[in-house]
Write a protein that binds this ligand. Structure first.
Ligand SMILES: C[S@@+](CC[C@H](N)C(=O)[O-])C[C@H]1O[C@@H](n2cnc3c(N)ncnc32)[C@H](O)[C@@H]1O
Length: 202
């Protein structure tokens, strides 16, 4: 493992500022934030630097991504980022007792629907009452795409893997409720993305 393991996902530089503005508002002031599907690890580093009173726990199932996260962690030298967990959200139980918040960006459309189910179930089990679950990405709303670019993105995803696709936020909200995650707010983000915020019910 070396600094050369650091991956760069260009979209993270564009969306991290607007996402941080949401996180600053909805995350607790202290505690552990579990990030699922961390990818390169760039989001976790940026958020951890901006929010030093929180501890970030990045994770991803892909060993290349885990190596990238840990290479970024070493090069950034951030004391509030833990070593990455190799976590596929389908795993039971998740290798973390509980988190004070969970963040997931750009995963549920680029994985089978079972990954969305598993994410919601795992998040519901991991969070305590009132804790936020923050889900960022492209969504349909009421079954309808929010922009032509999302519609063509959806077609390209399904051409790559018929199990993938832009999910309907209404379906996600309904399913989340069955796992004790109550939809609190939807924030409109740049580039036709949304951030959906849920809270763990009692
Ligand atoms: C498009 S990347 C997004 C990475 C990062 N969150 C971002 O926004 O830049 C999708 C990520 O989802 C992860 N992923 C796919 N299936 C997953 C699963 N079943 N459990 C957890 N992560 C998964 C992939 O390994 C990849 O890192």
């Amino acid at each position: 493992m070396s600094e050369d393991d650091r991956l760069r996902f260009p979209a993270t530089e564009r969306n991290r500022g607007p996402i941080l503005a949401v996180l600053e508002r909805v995350l607790p002031s202290r505690g552990t934030v579990l990030e699922t599907a961390s990818g390169s690890g760039e989001h976790a580093m940026f958020f951890a630097r901006a929010l030093p009173s929180l501890t970030f726990q990045p994770s991803d199932p892909d060993p290349t991504h885990v190596a990238s996260i840990d290479a970024w962690r070493r090069s950034e030298g951030l004391a509030n980022v833990r070593a990455a967990l190799q976590l596929d959200v389908h795993t039971r139980p998740w290798p973390i007792d509980h988190a004070d918040a969970i963040f997931c960006a750009n995963m549920i459309h680029i994985a089978p629907w079972s990954a969305c189910l598993a994410l919601l179930e795992g998040a519901g089990a991991c969070l305590r009452e009132g804790a936020p679950f923050v889900l960022y990405g492209p969504f349909r709303e009421g079954g309808v795409h929010t922009a032509p670019s999302n519609e063509s993105f959806d077609r390209s995803l399904q051409a790559r893997d018929p199990r993938w696709g832009v999910r309907d936020l209404d379906e996600v909200v309904a399913l989340a409720r069955t796992h004790g995650l109550v939809h609190d707010e939807t924030v409109r983000m740049p580039a036709n993305n949304l951030t959906a915020i849920f809270r763990r019910s009692p």
